[in-house]
Ligand binder design. Structure first.
Ligand code: ZN
Length: 385
């Protein structure tokens, strides 16, 4: 039998009390002896009930999480004084835990989690998007309903171990007889064999299938964010509940905006004359990437004041990426001043005239430590934000 009460109930290790209770009730309804009198179901009913006893008691659950073995000899040595067989006996009034007491392991187990990675555009990550995904996972076999036995047949108790799932192995040594229990080789520890396996799934209870799923990706996701889809992962063997499906987001680089957390950065180059005289530049918003059907602001005017220096940064509040928990980041625009490189004679004449008027024909250069330069002062201004 499985050692893990979480696995027996098909819940995650971080499942809350309510989830555990629901999982137990669901299994108990399927396996209750009144509904399912066959020996395997009765045995599994005992197992899931025992697992529930462990996980529904905060102390016992904590003791198990610390590394105790509820299906072995209790927590001897740790002084917790709890033994799985005690619970079994208390609840079923029998010697369910006689001997090593591991019993057969269930054929039904929780399936594995699955992970798929998808690439989204920056605007999709920022504002959310619905995606159709092709998912290739194990699903329950519809021919046998997950049981693994061909229609009309059922698993039968294993003759080698009489349904115990394990066989005693006796070894003689000079100390006397050493008796150990080993999983039964004939039934691989299940305690039952499937005499006529389902042809569709070869007795596994599940088949591979390709499905199309619609995933809602919430606004504000970033590179590496995982969206969890409960019970959309691999179905477990023997008709066990499915694991979860995780969709990992990869955000494609944007041609204009660079993302830093929830802030966006971009750079804009203006001609030297415009930087000196001031101007207005139309910049695209991130919303410009959204489908044309959406009524959003797709551009805005950035004011470049007269006398703007190269490297000056303008921070526009609330034009960044929406946060997963509300709020919205900023957009930082860095302005670069473009110095003209090819001057025709007339332009050169004008610039020389301007330099003469401004007394800048032979500038001496304003030499000072780097941190006091125009760039250093600008940098100080940015970090103040
Ligand atoms: Zn099948």
């Amino acid at each position: 039998m499985s050692q893990d009460p979480y696995e027996l109930l098909g819940v995650g290790r971080d499942a809350d009390a309510d989830t555990i209770k629901k999982a137990y009730r669901k299994l108990a309804r399927q396996l209750h002896p009144d509904v399912n009198p066959d020996p395997e179901s009765q045995e599994r009913f005992k197992q899931v009930t025992a697992a529930y006893e462990v996980l529904s008691d905060p102390d016992k659950r904590a003791a198990y999480d610390r590394g105790g073995d509820p299906f072995g000899g209790g927590f001897g040595g740790q002084g917790a004084g709890f033994s799985f067989t005690d619970i079994m006996d208390a609840f079923f009034g029998g010697n369910a835990g006689a001997g090593a007491g591991r019993g057969p392991r269930p054929r039904m187990r929780r399936g594995q989690d699955a992970l798929i990675r998808i690439e989204v555009e920056l605007a999709e990550a920022a504002f959310g998007v619905s995606r159709e995904l092709k998912v290739d996972t194990a699903v329950r076999c519809t021919t046998c309903g997950g049981e693994g036995a061909a229609p009309g047949s059922h698993p039968v108790p294993c003759e080698s171990c009489r349904g115990a799932g394990e066989v005693a192995h006796v070894q003689r040594s000079f100390l006397g007889e050493i008796r150990t229990l080993r999983p039964c080789a004939a039934c691989r520890g299940f305690g039952t064999v499937i005499p006529d396996p389902c042809r569709e799934c070869a007795g596994d209870g599940r088949v591979r299938s390709r499905r199309t799923l619609t995933v809602k990706i919430p606004a504000g996701v970033d590179n590496g964010t995982r969206v969890q889809l409960s019970e959309q992962g691999e179905v477990g063997p023997g008709g066990g509940p499915a694991g979860d499906l995780y969709v990992e987001i990869h955000v494609a680089p944007h041609e204009v905006f660079e993302r830093h957390g929830n802030d966006l950065h971009c750079a804009v180059t203006v001609p030297m004359t415009a930087a000196a005289l001031g101007t207005t530049i139309e910049l695209p918003t991130l919303e410009a990437d959204l489908p044309a059907s959406e009524d959003v602001e797709r551009s805005f005017d950035l004011q470049v004041p007269p006398g703007t220096q190269s490297g000056h940064q303008v921070v526009l509040r609330g034009r960044g990426v929406p946060g997963l928990r509300g709020g919205r980041g900023d957009l930082a625009v860095t302005i670069a001043v473009d110095t003209p490189t090819r001057l025709d004679p007339r332009q050169e004449e004008l610039l020389r005239e301007l330099a003469a008027i401004r007394g800048e024909e032979r500038p001496t250069g304003d030499v000072r430590p780097a941190h006091k330069s125009v760039f250093g002062r600008l940098r100080d201004a940015f970090t103040a934000h």
